[in-house]
Write a protein that binds this ligand. Sequence first.
Ligand code: BMA
Length: 855
Amino acid sequence: MRLFEMRLNNRIFSCGYFFLILSLHLLTPFCNAGAQSVSINIHADWKFRKAGDTEWLRASVPGTVHTDLLSNKIIPDPFFGVNEKNLQWIDTCDWEYETRFDVDDSLFQRSHCEMSFEGLDTYATVFLNGQQILSADNMFRTWAVDCKKNLKKEKNHLVVRFESAVKRGIAEAKKLPYTLPGDEKIFTRKAQYQYGWDWGPRFVTCGIWRPVKLIFRNAFILNDVHVIIDQLSDSVAQLIAEVNITVEKPATFSFKIIAENGSLDSFNFERIVRPENKTTKLTFAIKNPKRWWCNGLGDASLYHISVQASTSGSGSDQKNIAVGLRTLQLVQEKDAKGKSFYFRINGIPVFMKGANWIPADNFLPRVSDEKYLQLLSDAKDANMNMLRVWGGGVYERNSFYEYCDSLGILVWQDFMFACAMYPGNKAFVDNVREEIRENVIRLRNHPSLALWCGNNEIDEGWKNWGWQKQYKYAEEDSAKIYIDYLNLFHKIIPDVVSNLDPERSYWESSPSIGWGHKESLEEGDSHYWGVWWGMEPFEMYKKKIGRFMSEYGFQAMPELRTIESFTDEKDRSLSSPEIKNHQKHPTGFETIDHYLNDWYKEPKDFESYIYLTQLLQADGIRTAIEAHRGAKPYCMGTLYWQLSDCWPVASWSSIDYNGRWKALHYAVRESYGKYLISVEDTGEYFNVFVTSDDTGFTKATLRLSAVDFSGNVLWRDSAFCYLSADKATVAYKAKKEDLTYSVNTFRIFLKMDLVKNGQTLATKNYFFKKPKELLLEKPEINYDVRKEKDNISITLSSNTLAKNLFIRLKNTDARFSENYFDLLPKEARTVSFHSALTVEEVRLSLILRSLCDSY
Ligand code: BMA
């Protein structure tokens, strides 16, 4: 391969002409012929083989060994059927990758050349032209090495050998006098979910999973620019750019800070930079700054700036940064009931609405920027303003955080430790320290980044999950394990964070207190798993409300089309090994059944089961969200478990692996709306709460009516409400008896609309009975399909209530504007979607299912 594609920072140029690729926020290109550093990807002509084999096969870089085996047809689709079980041999082998390349003469002349691996998974030894240049042992770090002396102009031979992480982990485990919870995986700094999770298969893969580059330079390199907001007011933002430069000898540098479209004054500086003092501070200001807001509160305004450094005779180098101007604090103040836990953004306490994020694939290089954007847009569409990047996955790519910046999605970022105890030896701790350092530097400029969190459920696990008994720890071993824990999460990691990113809060462990303890509802963040793990009824969500609900959840099946992607028709039943293999929770189906029996009649077939599990999941999580938001400001955040999947599976996700929204995602969009109507049944009273996440006060009218399933209105009332953003408001109170007296509550519902100036702000249909008790009749649904350009609209109406109407097209995907909704009697409703299909094709492929069709 000849290296002809060149990257200048995040721009690629070729043959002397600049062109931009895939830069999220494009700046005007700078024609920088004297570019100080030039990086080129080494991604072509890779081959791989099992160590010991003679034959080389084509490989992809970035990639993984599993996906390379798949594309060479050596293995079948790892996600299909029970293939997972037969592919476990892969992680017990060592694997080798190699490529050959030439270097362009002009680059070869440069005084320095570094080879940089942005991701090696995990135990890798790298050889360039027969010489070992690198040995890596952490998937989350960038491994860069000076390779100038090993590099040739032509016929370079690059080899990367991966050692089985599983074998290495097992060997490490044997060195300890005790067993640590988490088995062999905890010894390896590698995405922990690869070893299997209760929603994911076990594929302990390896490979060059992120870009590998050669970076050529002459005298200096601009390593990093950290932009700090020093002061922020409506009239001015005072900023500091801390510029980190490596030089060999003292030199006078000119620095320039400029912005996209000239939206800023440009700032020029001259400074002497010395080898021993890498960081130079440049101060600059933005007048009348536009604030960055999270979704729901305003625009996520960004200033795209470029910081350029040049020194005479050596060309220039630059970094492009998207700056978001906001203040953000995690507020924890003692109060009468415990301690608050909320985020204050630009001075405003903001209720966080979101979900937990796990990796979007088992094989991470397959996650395209388009997939990131789709999932994050889906989060935004569902009115979310925060995602928690969970500690058993990975620090995501830069583009993930760039999309979060521009979509206004805040990120609660765990460090990558989950549900296990980790070693405390020096080599491990040093490795972690470097991992934290690199990732904090990489991500700290993002305005979306709200919080660093040490780990997922380790404090909770250690104190509550019975590990001491299970592993029969001697007292001194137990003490040593906990001391190692404290050292890592209460000292080493927070020290790095406070040095490198002092403005951001650090939270040791999520949750801070386990859900079995009442204090978990009084302070800190809570993972409430009494529903699901504890088999408590959904109603408990109304009681178990903490200050910030960072995890809770309920499983559902993915859509039939997704199930079809990993099964043959004959295997589509709950008893098939194929379906069972796509349920990773030990008692997943039993747990679903337990709740299903409580809420729904027995489904008549597999497809009905899928549909009902989705409704059930939506019922549960809706109950939780309404309770959490209704308890504002005591509770100031709700992040359900989990946004999406890493493979097609029965899980807690609201969006399945193929991007299909479950009923839950539609329900969440409604429940996370700016205004939310919820009902509290006290036994004697119905209290109707309205929660507003608007700023300031809202005046609106709540309209209520009791409607029977045929559409007859039996009762009506309305109430004027004055809604505060600070807390949920009781907008209506009715004596239960007065409302339900003399009517058949199995056949009516309470229809509520919150209206302001003729505009509907929120709606809610409240049913007095569980779905299995409702006296539903088979609806006759009429529909009319229309098309304008590629927008198709279907207007539906029904003679009687069509509960939870699910609309789909045979053999085609469509993202409907609404789905799984109650089609009310005598009320036409229009749903729309984009499609190239004709009206006739839509008519022929339209499938409608409502609750009645399930039994
Ligand atoms: C939470 C997470 C995950 C797990 C999920 C569902 O506690 O932290 O470890 O997958 O529960 O059980």
